[in-house]
Design a binder for this molecule. Structure first.
Ligand SMILES: [Zn+2]
Length: 533
């Protein structure tokens, strides 16, 4: 029987962390048919992979592409990096479940995250069907967001759930897990997830007993409260009886940079105590989120409409400034203290503003920086995203090099094809995985190539409980990233983010060539994954 594709003379780095070996890889349909040196057999197509590494397709363990798939199911800026699976529903955000009659609230809530189409589903199973119909080019592993669970039950209010609402959340989570969700995620600095109590989350975790659900946590603060927040995530895992992932491990705000080593030792101690706790990291000293997250949690109480009312109210503005302004010049939130020149406008409706720091916006408008920021968020109906330069380069390397850290972009996929490319989004949408390979592995020699690949593939597949992905092995799904270890690099920068990476000539998703040199084939090659698959 002829193979569909034969990759000859490559170096197979199999995803386990084991040293690379000279070998060929044969693909038949959507599976890896054989791996070994000198494979002799008929193939419909043969690719000479001399000088290239054949690795498992990369798993973006922390992605926010959710509603992007509606307009852009090709996930092009991810697949061009070698990504073949995206893990979404992160940081408490998932597009489902939606309570009957609350789709407008859902749309408003996730609106700034993407420009997705209408919300035509309610239940989690309906949403997964919707995803399948879109025909994505990438595999998708979906989590249920705690924020969505809360919106569908408690609503947007700042209060603990009643006993009935807690049970309703648990029922919705069970329905999601039965349909194929991998677990639930929190965003404990984002409304309404931020209103969740530790007890509520322990109960949600416990409710996953017997269903192998995972808990992925954007923790309750990555700055002043960093250590308590890590301890809370670990406690939820221990008392809830679930594995934990600490999302985008970081110490935000220079006053907190010294905490990174203690945080990692805390994780080590929890692991030594038997808890499966791991983390993920993106290879940049800056993060990105919606700008309204600079505002304190009480301003979000009741949803976006209430937030905008408060932004229009001078007394509420004064209270926000009293809460957050430090020494009149830095702004402190759950994400750390930041100077106005460390906060950059990424995207909003006015393309002229993209790339501007808030200090510059204040100069141009003649306003105090805090007022200029609140003016902007109000005018844009909270639809502003920002980039925040709040981390140290040393910590990025420390976290990335940590033995139990994987790679997650924390970003949405973008499309850099023909047409305008508005804004200055975080370059991690285009460059995360090649940057780890080019900058942190090849240039900084932070870890061997096999370790870098392991952090992007096998380690993530094992965490997710995928039994046939994440490794180059016979019988496994033919998700493959083929790259040149000497040249692979990210092209995207903060000043010029809409750039493809280089040195990744072939990417296969379930046996289909989606990236072929400079060409991109937007095939419906991806699958909505089920745990264990
Ligand atoms: Zn997050």
């Amino acid at each position: 029987m002829a193979w569909s594709l034969l990759l000859k003379h490559g170096t197979v780095v199999d995803g386990s962390g084991a040293p690379g070996v000279a070998a060929d890889v044969a693909v038949e349909g959507d599976r890896i048919a054989a791996v070994g040196p000198g494979l002799a057999g008929e193939a419909a197509r043969t690719i000479d992979a001399r000088g290239l590494v054949i690795a498992p397709g990369f798993i973006d363990i922390h992605s926010h592409s959710d509603l992007v798939y509606d307009k852009c199911p090709s996930a092009e800026s991810k697949v061009r990096q070698g990504v073949t699976t995206e893990v979404v529903g992160m940081c408490s955000f998932s597009p489902a479940p939606v309570a009957p009659g609350r789709s407008a609230a859902m749309k408003e809530w996730v609106g700034g995250l993407s420009g997705g189409g209408p919300i035509e589903w309610e239940t989690f199973p309906q949403y997964l069907d919707h995803l399948r119909k879109l025909g994505p080019s990438v595999n998708i592993a979906q989590f249920a967001g705690h924020g969505a669970l809360r919106l569908a039950t408690v609503g947007a209010d700042n209060r603990p759930p009643t006993a009935d609402e807690q049970k309703a959340m648990e029922r919705l989570l069970a329905e999601a897990l039965d349909a194929g969700a991998f677990g639930f995620s929190t965003g404990l600095v984002y409304a309404p997830s931020v209103y969740g109590t530790t007890e509520e989350l322990i109960a949600l975790a416990r409710s996953m007993a017997g269903k192998k659900g995972l808990y992925f946590s954007h923790i309750r603060g990555e700055a002043a409260t960093l250590e308590a927040a890590v301890a809370e995530a670990i406690r939820i895992g221990r008392e809830g009886g679930v594995p934990v992932q600490i999302s985008h491990v970081k110490a935000a705000g220079r006053e907190n940079w010294g905490k990174m080593d203690r945080v990692l030792r805390t994780v080590d101690a929890a692991r030594a105590g038997g808890l499966d706790v791991t983390g993920d990291v993106y290879p940049y000293p800056a993060g990105s989120t919606k700008m309204d997250n600079l505002l304190p949690a009480w301003m979000h109480d009741g949803g976006t409409g209430k937030l905008l009312e408060r932004l229009a109210d001078p007394a509420a503005r004064r209270r926000a400034m009293a809460d957050c302004l430090v020494d009149g010049e830095r702004w402190r939130t759950g994400s750390g203290g930041m100077g106005w020149d460390e906060i950059m406008i990424a995207t909003c409706s006015d393309p002229e503003l993209a790339g501007l720091h808030l200090a510059e916006l204040a100069r141009r408008t003649g306003r105090e920086p805090a007022e200029a920021m609140m003016d902007l968020v109000l005018r844009e109906h909270a639809g502003v995203s920002m980039i925040v330069f709040s981390q140290s380069e040393d910590n990025v390397a420390t976290a990335l090099g940590y033995a139990h850290a994987m790679v997650g972009s924390d970003s949405l996929s973008l499309h850099a094809g023909p047409g305008p490319h508005p804004g200055k989004p975080h370059p991690r949408s285009y460059g995360t995985f090649p940057r780890v390979l080019g900058v942190y592995c090849r240039e900084k020699r932070l870890f061997p190539l096999e370790t870098a690949v392991h952090k992007m593939t096998g380690m993530a597949a094992t965490k997710l409980g995928l039994s046939r992905r994440g490794f180059v092995r016979q019988g496994f799904a033919a998700d493959l990233a083929v790259f040149d270890p000497a040249t692979v690099s990210d092209g995207a920068t903060f000043a010029d983010p809409h750039r493809w990476p280089v040195g990744i000539p072939y990417v296969l998703v379930n046996g289909r060539l989606v990236v072929e040199g400079a060409r991109f084939h937007a095939l419906p090659a991806g699958q909505v994954l089920a745990p264990g698959a």
